[in-house]
Structure formats: structure tokens, C-alpha cells
Design a protein around this ligand. Structure first.
Ligand SMILES: Nc1ncnc2c1ncn2[C@@H]1O[C@H](COP(=O)(O)OP(=O)(O)OP(=O)(O)O)[C@@H](O)[C@H]1O
Ligand SMILES: [Mg+2]
Length: 402
């Protein structure tokens, strides 16, 4: 069950194996965050872990972000309503399982989460004015960093509700895994920042000559900005920020608070990466960053690793055999069978070369980060778009497949 380190996918025993079941079974684990660069399998991993944890008896909510349509449907996520729903067909939900657990899932709706923040903090009339503000509308609909900010905001809300004993969080499809940690602060400091502060309060400055000078400079600045962004937008920003500012303690502060949640005991980060150079380089940056920020790393999920049914046959030997067949033929086979066999041998050779490359990339990571636990998840033949697919990923994550 634990730490066997000898997966028949041909894994080297270098590096220690990440014990996913140990992590999800531990009642002290309250939040699991799946991070990684774009397209590596964050959403799939988050959903698979959530499902597995539920089927092993925990009460779980998975916060997904932009899941593929079919995967969303298989989890009963047909509309973006920003609240967790029970996923049907999960063992433990009366679906035939014996764990007594439950899985709920939701898709993050950025705009709605933003609206909820406003509604929770403003008088209804004020809230409406904010929500009708054009600057607010463009901000909440997808300003750079808004999705990351809102994912954290939602995580904070889910945690505060105390309804689940495990929250699994997917992260937005950013180019870099670091964006998840950086964006909320960047957005927070932009909204709380000096420029905005000055923009929103130019009228308060005045009086003494130095101030007049500053004021003239500010006038120039606002004038220039006005030309660039349009005077109306500037007014929108000013009204919006001053309304928001008086409403609650500031964006920066909120981002900071959720940040603390991520550092708290009970939170575990999983870095997901493909066994490719760029993805692993990103993963390495992220591992360093977590350490610098004192955030707990559970380990690395190496996703979509290739395997073969015939690991003994090297690429070189397969290629040599293909060439021999093509040149000399075989006494025992028809010409058609020879062509087919040679083709298969070449395919196998290619696969072996991919595997060697992946192994080397992985080993390089392990040599730099020998203490980071790793689990390899095989590339499945097709997309992962239903509960069975998620279960298959879950088994691979826990090392109970094969
Ligand atoms: N182990 C696997 N085997 C086969 N297909 C996989 C595997 N893991 C993920 N996939 C597929 O790869 C695609 C991308 O996966 P996923 O959406 O989970 O990545 P992501 O990191 O969330 O991407 P984004 O950064 O866009 O959010 C999906 O179609 C998914 O079904
Ligand atoms: Mg995703």
C-alpha cells in the first residue's frame, strides 16, 4: 500500500513515492491545491483526488476551474451557478459505495464570486451601484489575475463554511504555476495601490505650494491617463474604488488573509507536471517558491507518463529488427505481415525513445529535489471525461493500478 516505489510502469526507485492515499485519508488534511503550468492535468488531478477521497469516506468538495465540458457534465456540473452540488454515482452517496463519504463539485464563476463579495459587504443599493459600474464589470469579467484572486476568495468562503472535511482546489489555466500565488497580490496591490489611491482622491490634495505642484502633476497624469483610457473609464475607476474601499478592508488585505490560509497546517500543495523539460522547470520554480513562502508541498504528480508492454525490447533492437525485416524479409511471413511487423517495431522504438527522454527529465528533477515525493500517472489511451476515467486516474495516483 505505501511507499513501494517499484511500479511496473518501469519507474526507477530514485526519489520517494508520494503516498496519495495517506494524504487524502489523513483527517488533518483539509485543503489540497493542485497547481502546475497550463494543460498538464490540474483539473483532472483535482477531480480524481476529490472522487477518490470521497469514495474512501471523506466529505469532499472540489472547486474546479474551466473544466472540459464532458468532464463537467459527468460530475453533474451543467450550469455555472457557483455553488457546490452533490456528484451522483459516487460510492458513499448511496451510490453503492461503502465509505460513507460524499463528493460535491462546483465550477468557479468569477463574476458571481466577485458579486458575492460586494453583496456581502455593501448595502443593497450601494452594491447595485458598484455592480453596474462599467469598470467593475470589466474587472470582474476577467482582468488579468481576477480568476486567481477569485479562486482564492472562493477557497476562503468554502473553508469558512466548515461544511466539508476536505476541499480540493483546481487552479486557473495560467501559463505559469506561479501566477496562482502572484496574481491575487498583484491585483490586490493594483486596486489598493498608490496610483489608484491618488486617482481616487485628487481633490483632497491641495493647499500648500508643494501640494499645488503635486496637484498640477497629478492633473497632468490624470489628463494623460484620461487620454489613454478615456475620461469616462477613469471616472468609473474612481467611483468604483472609492465605493469598494469604504466597503471593506481592501483587496490587498483579503488576498493576504487567504494567503495565510494556504500556509496553515492542513493545507497541502500538489504540483502537477508533464514529464517534459518545460513543465518540470515550471514545477521546480514552484517548488522553490512554496519553500520560500513556507507553504506545505505534498509532492509532485508526474502526469501522462508513457509506458510499454515490452520494456525489455530497446529502441535500438526494435529498429534493427525493423530494418532487417524490411531488407531481408522473413521466411515465415507474408510480405503484408512483414510490413505490418516492421511498422509496429518502429512504433515501439519511438515509444521507447519517448520513455527514455521522460525518464531522463524526471531523473534530472529528482537529482535536484531528492526530497520531493513523486507519483507517476500513466497516460491513458483517451481523454478523462467521466467518473470511471477519474477513478482510473485515482488508482494510478495511489499506486493501486496495474
Ligand atoms: N493521465 C492522463 N491520461 C490521459 N489524458 C489525460 C491525463 N491527464 C489529463 N488528461 C487529459 O488532458 C487534457 C488536459 O487536462 P486538464 O484539463 O486536467 O489539464 P489542466 O492542467 O487543468 O489544463 P488547464 O491549464 O487548461 O486548466 C484533458 O483532455 C484531460 O482529459
Ligand atoms: Mg484546468
Amino acid at each position: 500500500m505505501s511507499g513501494d516505489g517499484t511500479g511496473s510502469s518501469g519507474g526507477t526507485s530514485s526519489g520517494n513515492r508520494l503516498a496519495v492515499d495517506g494524504l487524502i485519508d489523513d483527517p488533518k488534511t483539509r485543503i489540497i491545491v493542485c497547481c502546475g503550468s497550463g494543460g498538464v492535468g490540474k483539473t483532472t488531478t483535482a477531480a480524481a483526488i476529490g472522487l477518490r477521497a470521497a469514495e474512501r469516506g471523506r466529505k469532499v468538495v472540489v472547486l474546479t476551474i474551466d473544466p472540459a465540458r464532458r468532464l463537467a457534465q459527468s460530475m453533474g456540473l451543467t450550469e455555472l451557478d457557483n455553488t457546490p452540488r452533490i456528484v451522483k454515482g459516487v460510492g458513499g452517496n448511496g451510490g453503492g459505495g461503502n465509505g460513507g463519504g460524499e463528493l460535491q463539485a462546483m465550477m468557479l464563476d468569477m463574476k458571481r464570486t466577485f458579486d458575492e463579495v460586494v453583496l456581502a459587504h455593501a448595502e443593497p443599493e450601494r452594491a447595485r451601484a458598484i455592480m453596474e459600474n462599467p469598470f467593475y464589470q470589466s474587472l470582474s469579467a476577467g482582468f488579468a489575475g481576477t480568476q486567481e484572486y477569485m479562486a482564492m476568495e472562493k477557497l476562503g468562503q468554502l473553508r469558512a463554511a466548515e461544511e466539508w472535511d476536505l476541499i480540493v482546489v483546481d487552479t486557473p489555466p495560467s501559463r505559469s504555476a506561479l501566477d496562482f500565488l502572484d496574481a491575487p497580490n498583484r491585483l490586490g496591490s493594483f486596486l489598493d495601490g498608490k496610483v489608484i489611491r491618488i486617482l481616487t482622491a485628487p481633490a483632497k490634495v491641495g493647499g500648500r505650494s508643494a501640494m499645488k505642484f503635486l496637484n498640477a502633476g497629478m492633473g497632468l497624469l490624470t489628463g494623460t491617463l484620461g487620454k489613454i483610457f478615456g475620461a469616462q473609464l477613469l471616472t468609473d475607476v474612481q467611483t468604483f474604488v472609492s465605493a469598494m474601499d469604504s466597503m471593506f478592508g481592501g483587496f490587498r488585505e483579503r488576498a493576504d488573509r487567504t494567503y495565510q490560509l494556504l500556509q496553515a497546517p492542513g493545507t497541502a500543495f500538489l504540483v502537477v507536471a508533464a514529464p517534459e523539460r518545460d513543465a518540470l522547470r515550471e514545477a521546480a520554480y514552484f517548488v522553490d517558491r512554496l519553500a520560500a513562502d513556507r507553504m506545505p508541498l505534498a509532492g509532485l504528480v508526474l502526469n501522462r507518463v508513457h509506458g510499454t508492454g515490452a520494456p525489455q525490447l530497446t529502441a535500438e533492437r526494435a529498429l534493427a529488427a525493423a530494418e532487417a525485416l524490411e531488407e531481408n524479409g522473413s521466411e515465415h511471413a507474408s510480405p503484408e505481415a512483414e510490413v505490418l511487423a516492421a511498422g509496429l517495431l518502429r512504433l515501439h522504438a519511438e515509444r521507447m525513445q519517448v520513455m527514455v527522454r521522460e525518464r531522463r527529465t524526471r531523473d534530472r528533477f529528482v537529482s535536484v529535489y531528492p526530497d520531493v515525493p513523486i507519483v507517476e500517472v500513466a497516460a491513458l489511451p483517451g481523454d478523462v471525461h467521466d467518473l470511471d476515467g477519474l477513478r482510473a486516474i485515482g488508482e494510478r495516483l495511489s499506486g493501486s493500478a496495474d
